[in-house]
Design a protein around this ligand. Structure first.
Ligand code: GDP
Ligand code: IMO
Ligand code: MG
Length: 429
């Protein structure tokens, strides 16, 4: 049975939320498999804007939505997000939303540590979202995290909290933070437990049943491949594996369940936070793209850095994710640009590279090699079919396919759900 895995092919904010919402219509289950509420996925449906961070985008179409074991869950952020979308008319119940009972929790101490460490790092900061993502994943691999199922046994919780705080208080002392108030943290967990536990499920079991019943599963990635902890621009990355392979491990299904891998690629590039960005623009063209594209972070409101499309990075992303097809988004933002550039190679010292070198020094020394393509003056905004696109826009898309070596399966021309052109249905067997 055809499943689809949606992942960001750049540094995040490619339009994953819009595409997952659009594809949800064809799916039975939508699953988040990594990251946490550092994600900000925007969906626009008939003018109503939904901003989702932790909730899978399937909730808007009322599809069974699952937060897998690979996600780090901040229960307080979750309930405030639920309240926000319920105020917009959605209803979130344990029939609609399941949370892996083996997922690790983000606690208030994690965001405190995240923020304190970033402040201490000064100019060397990563530019995190401050949501405690890194510290929560550290506790997970350090085998001292509190997991969802731990809230079932409140008597055993105090030993787990002690173990966790032995580690945290030492770090906090080094950063000049006061020791954690054990009683307050215990009370917070006791208060949240009866609210969170009704959503807890052995998610691997639910998904195995869905698989056996021939249900279509849609995996929703967060962040992007270049923020992957292994494959991204380390250390300026997030703390999870964001690549498609993680969809299996982060949900409890086998690797074959990943299905068709749909990479979401913006027609240009953005990144939030610090780190290398070979095609970054500092001129009026870049400012124009940022303004027209409303390139401000959904989560933190920070201005996103903007640059030309980088075909070198796109090819790398296609390889490390096993991307079958691309959803090219925000084509409309390039409307009116006379000459569009695409990076096709890197000059590093006296060498030409067709991949991003892993070393930071080499990354800093990259000189992009550009190809120039003629732009178009007509509007593509809201186009819903190929024939509505100006000739040069069609040529641009076709040329990108050649440069990156993957077909464009979907094309997005505005934030609205239905302003989407389908070339190949990713769910098609
Ligand atoms: P995500 O994190 O990958 O889900 O992406 P974000 O929601 O953070 O950022 C993408 C932004 O672009 C959102 O504001 C979307 O509403 C918007 N968007 C998505 N697709 C398009 C498109 O094709 N054209 C335009 N103009 N905006 C789009
Ligand atoms: P979506 O799912 C863009 C970036 C942060 C920072 C780095 C590490 O909306 O595409 P973290 O808080 O994860 O430790 O921050 O990763 N980052 C994102 N950038 N989109 C995201 O999510 C991001 N999630 C994290 O800006 O550079
Ligand atoms: Mg986003």
């Amino acid at each position: 049975m055809a499943n689809v895995t949606v992942i960001g092919a750049q540094w995040g904010d490619e339009g994953k939320g819009k595409l997952v919402d659009w594809l949800s219509n064809r799916a039975d289950v939508v699953v988040r498999f990594q990251g946490g509420h550092n994600a900000g996925h925007t969906l626009v449906v008939d003018g109503t804007v939904y901003k989702l961070s932790l909730l899978p985008s399937g909730v808007v179409q009322g599809k069974l939505s699952i937060i897998g074991n690979g996600v780090v869950v901040d229960p307080w952020a979750l309930f405030s997000e639920i309240a926000k979308v319920e105020a917009q008319g959605l209803t979130i119940t344990p029939d609609l939303l399941n949370i892996a009972d083996n997922a690790c929790l983000i606690l208030p101490i994690h965001s405190e540590l995240d923020i304190a460490r970033e402040a201490a790092a000064g100019a060397g900061k990563i530019g995190t979202t401050g949501r405690g993502i890194g510290p929560a994943y550290e506790d997970k691999v350090g085998r001292r995290a509190i997991r969802v199922a731990d809230l079932e046994d409140l008597d055993a919780l105090s030993g787990k909290i002690d173990r966790l705080l032995t580690h945290h208080n030492a770090l906090r002392q080094g950063l000049g933070l006061p020791d954690v108030d054990v009683a307050a943290l215990t009370d917070q967990l006791k208060e949240i437990a009866p609210r969170l536990l009704p959503y807890a499920r052995p998610v691997w079991y639910v998904l195995d049943k869905a698989r056996q019943d021939g249900k279509r599963i849609l995996f929703e990635g967060a962040q992007g491949a270049l923020l992957d902890i292994d494959h991204g621009t380390y250390p300026f990355v997030t703390s999870s594996n964001t690549v498609a392979g993680q969809a299996a491990a982060g949900s409890g299904l086998g690797p074959k369940s990943v299905g068709y891998v749909l990479g979401i690629l913006k027609a240009y590039t953005t990144r939030v936070g610090s780190g290398p960005f070979p095609t970054e623009l500092f001129d009026e063209i870049g400012k124009g793209i940022a303004t027209r594209g409303h390139e401000f972070g959904t989560v933190t409101g920070r201005a996103r850095r903007v640059g030309w499309l980088d075909a070198v990075l796109a090819r790398q992303s296609i390889a490390i994710n096993g991307i079958d097809g691309i959803a090219l988004t925000k084509l409309d933002i390039l409307d009116g640009i006379e000459t569009i550039k695409v990076c096709v190679g890197y000059k590093v010292a006296d060498k030409v590279l067709d991949y991003l070198p892993a070393g930071f020094k080499a990354q800093q020394g990259i000189e992009p090699i550009y190809e120039e393509l003629p732009g178009w003056s007509e509007s593509t905004q809201g186009a819903r079919s190929w024939k509505d696109l100006p000739g040069n826009a069609v040529k641009y898309v076709r040329h990108i396919e050649e440069l990156i070596g993957a077909p464009v399966a979907l094309l997005s021309t505005s934030p609205e759900r239905d302003d989407t052109i389908l070339m190949r249905d990713p769910f098609q067997d």
